[in-house]
Design a protein around this ligand. Structure first.
Ligand code: PHE
Length: 341
């Protein structure tokens, strides 16, 4: 028995298996039901009692060694398989780039512009830093008009002809009247600046889309129709509009336009403050003084203009109560508009 133990020990030490199947065969040969080590355990029963202690110990050692060797071979095989495999998994799906989303102000601005494009309006743009002429003077603002004062306007330079940040995109309309051939039919989207305290309802920066149509025989009825079409495209085909008399230095007559509340359909809710109406824009027939200031014959031509705040339209569309959300770029807010790309 001693020799057989020695022989099996030598066999275990010499074991070199490179394949899974070979390791399994060696395991069966040594430790299986009819394996050599198992057989020795059977024979152990007939060993003389005085030798039992010695053989028992050797046999247990032999069994442990065989198991350890098999385990070792398995580990070695696994490691070499890992080492020779490519270090990346070709079947794994790729990492996707985090996709941004359009800013809600951009979404609404483009929607407004797209509606007017359908009505034949072109897009005109102009500088954000302007001179007094294009923002005020050419628009018939009397010199003492309160909008010129520091409380509303951010001045870049002071003096006779100050440079300032435009307070409305009507300045782009003046530039268009000065340079474009008639008839003119444009919308002017852009950023505007007013020196106002920041709150839920006001901000020192916001966006406007203003519009201008100048041709022969343009009437108040044309303006009403254009605005009605816009309101129905923007807020739904059931939308009604109403006009309230108003005042702007550059239009006469002037009006403020409300749309029927698209939340309660005119019944009165907390969005429309129980009135059933929501204010969306200012408009009017271009004052003859304004046409003449830009060199347009006011006897031959007439026109209308309108202007709206993009954030205001977006607030009404999505019932966002706090204007500041549009400027703080909180991803939790911006992500709500992801599907609107
Ligand atoms: N420019 C005006 C404003 O910023 C809006 C407006 C434009 C009103 C054209 C009438 C006509 O408030």
């Amino acid at each position: 028995m001693r020799e057989r133990i020695e022989a099996i020990l030598a066999e275990i030490n010499d074991l070199k298996c490179r394949k899974e199947q070979e390791i399994e065969e060696a395991r069966v040969r040594l430790l299986g039901k009819k394996g050599e080590v198992t057989k020795l355990f059977e024979e152990f029963r007939s060993v003389a009692p005085e030798l039992k202690k010695e053989f028992g110990k050797s046999l247990n050692e032999l069994k442990n060694l065989a198991s350890a060797k098999i385990e070792e071979l398995r580990n070695a095989l696994e490691n070499s398989a890992e080492a020779s495999a490519p270090s990346f998994d070709l079947t794994k799906p790729g990492d996707s780039y985090p996709l941004g989303s359009r800013h809600p102000v951009s979404i609404v601005r483009e929607e407004i512009v797209a509606i007017f494009r359908k009505l034949g309006y072109d897009v005109a743009e102009g500088p954000e830093v302007e001179d007094d002429w294009h923002v005020f003077e050419a628009l018939n603002f009397p010199p003492e008009h309160p909008a010129r004062e520091m409380q509303d306007t951010f001045f870049v330079t002071s003096g006779e002809n100050p440079i300032l940040l435009r307070t409305h995109t009507s300045s782009v309309q003046v530039r268009a009247m000065e340079t474009m051939p008639l008839p003119i039919r444009i919308v002017c989207p852009g950023r505007v600046f007013r020196n106002e305290a920041i709150s839920a309802r006001a901000h020192c920066i916001f966006h406007q889309v203003e519009g201008l149509y100048i041709d022969e025989n343009v009437t108040f009825a044309d303006m009403k129709q254009a605005i009605l079409l816009f309101a129905r495209e923007m807020f739904g085909s059931e939308t009604r509009i109403r006009m309230r008399p108003s005042y702007f230095p550059f239009t006469e007559p002037s009006a403020e336009v409300d749309v029927s509340c698209n939340i309660c359909h005119g019944k009165g809710c907390n969005i429309c403050k129980g009135t059933g109406w929501l204010e969306i824009l200012g408009c009017g027939m271009v004052d003859p003084n304004v046409l003449e200031a830009s060199g347009i014959d006011s006897k031959k031509y007439s026109g209308f203009a309108f202007g709206m705040g993009v954030e205001r339209i977006a607030m009404l569309k999505w019932q966002v109560k706090d204007l500041r959300n549009y400027f703080e770029n909180d991803l939790r807010f911006l992500k709500e508009f992801e599907t609107n790309i």
